[in-house]
Every structure is written in C-alpha cells, then in structure tokens.
Ligand binder design. Structure first.
Ligand SMILES: [Zn+2]
Length: 347
C-alpha cells in the first residue's frame, strides 16, 4: 500500500512541477482512485492485477476515509473564506459587493493586508485628483482599477496632440476635448462600478477649500507652483492628507504631506520663495514619456496604502527617482516650525 501512495505522491508532484492545471491533476487522481477501488472490489483475491496492487479492501477503505476527511477540510476552509468576504462587505455603508465586483477585485480580496475589509475601504473612499495630465492619468487609472468608490478630477485644460506622448488615458480622437470629460468617459470604460466627478474648471482660491473638504485624500499632479501652493494651503486648512508628485525631464519626486499629524506640509519643504523644485514646465524643458507612469503609479500605491492603512507611508519623507541613472533616494523631511502655511493656518 505504501508503494502505491509513494507512486501517487511522486506522480502528482511531477505533474504539479510541470505546470499541469490542478483540475487535470484532480481528474487523473480520481480516475486512478476509482480504477484501484473497482479492481479491489470486483476482482478475486488471487487475480494477478490485484496481487500487483497489494492492497486489501479494508486498507483501501481506510485510505478512502482519510481522503474524505482531507477533502471535507478543504471544502469547509473554502466556505469560511467565502463567508469572510460577504461578512466584510456587509460592514460597509455602501451596498454589498456584487458577484461581478467580487470577481473584479479577486486579486485584492486574496491579497494579504487588503482582503474584503480593505476592498470595502477602497469602495467607500473619496479621492480628489488635481490635474488630469501626465500624473493624473496613471493615478486615476490605477485608482479606478483598484475600485476607489469616488474619484474627483479637476482640470480646465483640453487634450492636445503633444499630450499623447505621455498622457496614456487619452486617444487621438480625444484631442480638442475637455480633459476631465475625456477622463470620465475613459475611466468608466476601465471600471463602471465607481463614480467619477469631473470638474472642468481652474482650481482657485474661491473653490479650492470647499472642494477639498469633500474628499478623504487629495492627490496633486498639477504642473505649476501656484496650484501646488493653493492645494497645500487648502489641505492644511481642511486637515487632509496630500499626496504630491512632480516630474521634469528625467526626474520625479513624491511625498505625503500631513501637518495635522505633525508632519511637514508642502510649503515646509518647498516654500513659495523656492523656485528650484521639479515644477518647471514640461513644455519648456521636456519630460520622458514613461516617467509620469512611474511617479503616478507610486502616487496611486501610496493612496491605496493610506486608505487601507497598510505599510509605511511617505509622511515626512521625500522619495526621489532619477530615471537616467535608475537611482532612488528617500530622504527625511521635517516640519518647519516657522512655515508660513502650516504653522499659522492650521485650524
Ligand atoms: Zn508647513
């Protein structure tokens, strides 16, 4: 009997090593099992085939019992996992995930540290993306793919042909159209189970604070210093975490600003008097086409981590990426006690 079990184990191991699908291995295993059972049950004891197998009926019944216990354990374990997903879904303020959504987010649901509860947090989250350009595109695409329930996008620009070199959400037929409406249409084609709120206007001092107050996390992918400082000011006033990214030529940077938790704000690191950070216009100095993809994806990663409360955030840290040399640096950044924004304007 031990010889048969050993052969069966080696056989299954070899099939698994060769990459044969589990279903096929299971079918081969069950066919072999039934064949041996029928041989033992129907053939006389002195039959050469039965003698070769060397297993008595009692021994085979014992093996079957162990086999059924293992099978029952696997089935029960699978049921518990499925019921966990449903239980986490029912904790939500939103309606439960549909079967289609469970299938859509399956890789998150089985991912350690996200699971059903994390996915529900993502579904309930509201994220505002400032700028629908090179950074705003990959950020909103990945946030949509991740199932962020509400994504707001503000920009007053239209798609131009020169955008298509790096703004991967747009197609040639989008040229001349409003960026936020093109974003809304194309994002909903990625994921129709979320809400996109397009704001086809310039973010200014009259609308910034009210708009930012309506969201949980703000992601700034704008391309000018004036907007960056405006977003930072409103985030400080509303105590909202700000994930800010910037790109120029071959270099990019990203950080999470949150002075409400005693970490620096954007102005602590880049005061309004400082013009030397990575916000020089891409139109003037150029930018590598795939660089916004790298930095924008990192911004989406940090947003997902923040919402699901997973991992170490970039609060108080500045992450720098140099594509030319493929070097990354993470530097500590402290809050400036004399900062003209967070030291004075925090509520
Ligand atoms: Zn500050």
């Amino acid at each position: 009997m031990l010889v048969i079990l050993l052969i069966a184990t080696i056989f299954v191991g070899v099939l698994a090593f060769l990459g044969v699908r589990k279903k096929i291995i299971l079918k081969i295993f069950l066919t072999s099992y039934i064949f041996i059972f029928l041989t033992i049950f129907f053939l006389p004891e002195n039959n050469p085939l039965r003698l070769t197998l060397g297993v008595s009926l009692n021994e085979w019944i014992s093996i079957s019992f162990v086999f059924l216990v293992i099978l029952g354990y696997i089935v029960v374990l699978k049921k518990i996992k499925t019921s966990n997903i449903v239980k986490y879904s029912s904790n939500s303020s939103k309606k439960n995930m549909s079967d289609v959504e469970i299938e859509r987010y399956a890789r998150h649901l089985v991912l350690k540290d996200i699971g059903g509860q994390g996915q529900q947090r993502l579904r309930n989250a509201k994220v505002l993306v400032v700028g629908a350009g090179g950074l705003g595109n990959p950020v909103s695409m990945y946030l949509a793919g991740a199932g962020i329930g509400t994504i707001g996008i503000i920009d007053n620009d239209v798609v131009s042909l020169s955008n298509l070199q790096r703004q991967i959400l747009y197609r040639e037929h989008d040229v001349g159209k409003s960026k936020v409406f093109a974003t809304q249409k194309n994002i909903l084609e990625i994921n129709p189970h979320i809400e996109i709120k397009p704001y086809n206007r310039l973010l200014d001092s009259r609308n910034a604070q009210k708009l930012i107050s309506e969201y949980d996390i703000i992601i700034d992918g704008s391309d000018n210093l004036k907007t960056r400082h405006l977003v930072n000011f409103a985030c400080v006033k509303e105590k909202k975490p700000l994930i800010s990214g910037a790109i120029s030529q071959w270099e990019g940077q990203i950080s999470l600003f949150d002075p409400s938790k005693n970490y620096p704000c954007y102005s602590c690191i880049f005061p309004e008097t400082d013009k030397e950070n990575l916000t020089r216009s891409c139109a003037d100095v150029g930018v590598l086409s795939s660089l916004p993809g790298v930095i924008g994806s990192l911004m989406a990663v940090e947003a997902i981590k923040e919402i699901t409360a997973v991992g170490d955030s970039l609060r108080g840290k500045l992450f720098l990426y140099d594509a030319m040399s493929c070097k990354t640096i993470k530097i500590e950044a402290e809050r400036n006690k004399n900062c003209k924004v967070c030291s004075i304007n925090e509520k």
